[in-house]
Design a binder for this molecule. Structure first.
Ligand SMILES: [Zn+2]
Length: 256
């Protein structure tokens, strides 16, 4: 699950309830992804009064256009698609990627039961955001394909969220900090970014407390943080890493 940054602190303060009970209704229920499982986003009367109805089809169009562009042009997305194909889980964008209206606190999700990546058309509104969500959720898809990821197991979930934050979001963030940080600081900052981001996702998916999520992350951190498949290196924005990772895909045995 890709959680919006702006809502991080709010989410922390709301004190998500304790417990590890997780059924499908919880995970893919109407609160986060109202269009999943046959639901359809309902217009609110307020929106209709303000003349904002009909926005959903415009958003969906834009979202699908952005997905298409990322797949056509993004080396990192091509690398992920190649890795999935080589692992026997080839992506058909019409079947496996879906633009939907979501709760505004999330920008994307991976539905392991239907093996689908959800892009939240109302919150991931530009190409960069869509690309970020695609990389993140495709890492979950890859883990599900490769390791039979069980998202109901909190350690499994913590592991794949660590990997998604490590190879996606936090790699971009760390490059922004490099100007004024020493190498040691970058390393610590990067690890903290990964832990923070993974914790928010674990808390949101499993509806557990901060402490429970942190404990799961600590249990698997070293192993999962050092597992860089299939990208092979943490990708930094505005660096040559993306094309390079893509160009080296064949060295990892991926069909790119
Ligand atoms: Zn996630």
């Amino acid at each position: 699950m890709t959680v919006q940054n702006e809502n991080e602190e709010k989410r922390d303060e709301s004190g998500v309830s304790q417990g590890t009970a997780l059924d499908n209704e919880n995970l893919w229920g109407s609160d986060m992804y109202p269009e999943r499982r046959g639901g359809k986003f309902q217009h609110s009367w307020l929106k209709i009064l303000f003349g904002a109805q009909g926005r959903e089809s415009i958003d969906k169009n834009r979202c699908e256009h952005n997905v298409y562009k990322c797949i056509q042009e993004g080396p990192i997305i091509k690398l992920m698609m190649g890795a999935l194909k080589s692992s026997g889980c080839e992506i058909d964008i019409r079947r496996h990627i879906s633009c939907e209206v979501c709760n505004p606190s999330v920008t994307g999700g991976y539905d392991s039961e239907l093996n689908q990546v959800v892009i939240c058309q109302n919150s991931a509104y530009n190409e960069n955001m869509v690309r970020g969500v695609l990389v993140h959720e495709m890492i979950h898809m890859f883990d599900y394909c490769r390791n039979k990821l069980d998202v109901k197991n909190i350690d499994h979930l913590a592991c794949t969220e660590i990997r998604a934050a490590n190879l996606g979001h936090c790699s971009f963030m760390s490059s922004l900090l490099q100007g004024d940080s020493s190498f040691i600081n970058i390393k610590a900052t990067h690890q903290n970014c990964v832990k923070h981001k993974a914790r928010l996702s674990v808390m949101a998916v499993h509806k557990v407390s901060k402490e429970v999520a942190e404990a799961a992350i600590e249990r698997v951190f070293t192993k999962c943080y050092n597992d860089l498949e299939p990208i092979g290196r943490r990708v930094r924005r505005n660096s040559f890493d993306m094309p390079r990772a893509y160009a080296e895909g064949h060295l990892y045995g991926y069909d790119v």
